[in-house]
Design a protein around this ligand. Structure first.
Ligand code: NDP
Length: 261
């Protein structure tokens, strides 16, 4: 039995110009939601908006950097002024960096945390008053398998996603009284522009890319989980295996990871 209906719901999707965020925005629109979509690449957002509008949907693009408080405010204001409120907040915007900790520029940790963690937290804080007035409201935080298990060459990214995981579990308990659901989506390797957009590359991904799934499949599973009121999903078979193995035998996984380093 679905917990919420997507039709007529009002959403904000961050990081909607490509990859998983774009597919989530399209899937929400297909199922009748109206969305504010946010990202820096204006033309890409324009193309997405045209596609949604041509199919009869409603969308409001906001071009800008999610780490900028003024852009976050613009997104929340747009949900209120254009759609009359907010029911679904999808915190999806994210960046990565690749390479060993000892070779990393200290600035890269700050940059990764600004986008993947602080912007997500502040977006949630800002949206909370609107969400409290929403219909069956939900916050969807896009984390990663690497928010469950640290891997070599990804320390800043892993730290940011573990932070998302802890933050989400805490607010889930706090928001239960409103009630606002909190869903954490932990994708594994997904075919997107993510690896082209890494901010600093001094190493290579430690995860096999041939096992990748499509962004559309992750989006479909995410929207299904929103409908059903799920708390956690891992839309990646090998990610589930990794999490399970890590719980059972973390020492073994440590030894495997050391070989990849
Ligand atoms: P993409 O690079 O395709 O998408 C990232 C999105 O985030 C883009 O729309 C980008 O838009 C946006 N973004 C990045 N920085 C900012 C910023 N400062 N302000 C506003 N928007 C920003 O990668 P994915 O679709 O793969 O990534 C989506 C999420 O999925 C991320 O949180 C990522 O960590 C997570 N994930 C991805 C995995 C993968 O294998 N692809 C695996 C596990 C998790 P623009 O550049 O236009 O600003």
């Amino acid at each position: 039995m679905p917990k919420r209906k997507i039709k007529e719901s009002r959403a904000i999707v961050t990081g909607a110009s490509s990859g998983i965020g774009r597919e989530i925005a399209l899937e929400l629109a297909r199922q009748g939601a109206r969305s504010v979509v946010v990202a820096r690449r204006k033309e890409r957002l324009g193309e997405l908006a045209d596609q949604i509008t041509a199919a009869g949907g409603q969308v409001e693009p906001i071009a800008g950097d999610i780490t900028d408080p003024a852009i976050r405010q613009k997104a929340v204001d747009a949900a209120q002024s254009r759609f009359g409120g907010l029911d679904i907040l999808v915190n999806n915007a994210g960046i990565g960096a690749l390479g060993r900790f000892e070779e990393a520029d200290p600035k890269r940790l700050r940059q990764v945390m600004e986008v993947n963690f602080f912007a997500l937290v502040e977006m949630t804080r800002l949206a909370l008053p609107l969400l409290k007035q929403g219909t069956n409201p939900i916050v969807v935080n896009v984390s990663s398998i690497l928010g469950h298990r640290g891997t070599p060459h990804n320390c800043e990214y892993c730290a940011s996603k573990f932070a998302v995981q802890g933050f989400s579990e805490s607010i889930r308990a706090e928001f239960a009284r409103h009630p606002i659901d909190v869903l954490v989506v932990s994708p594994g390797t997904t075919t997107t522009e993510f690896f082209d957009n890494v901010i600093q590359r001094t190493g290579e991904p430690s995860w096999p890319e041939h096992t990748a799934v499509t962004a559309a499949a992750v989006a479909r599973e995410t929207v299904r989980a929103i409908r059903r009121g799920r708390h956690e999903i891992i839309p990646y078979r090998w990610g589930k295996v990794l999490c399970w193995l890590n719980r059972l035998s973390p020492g073994l996984v440590d030894r495997i990871m050391a070989r990849y380093a």
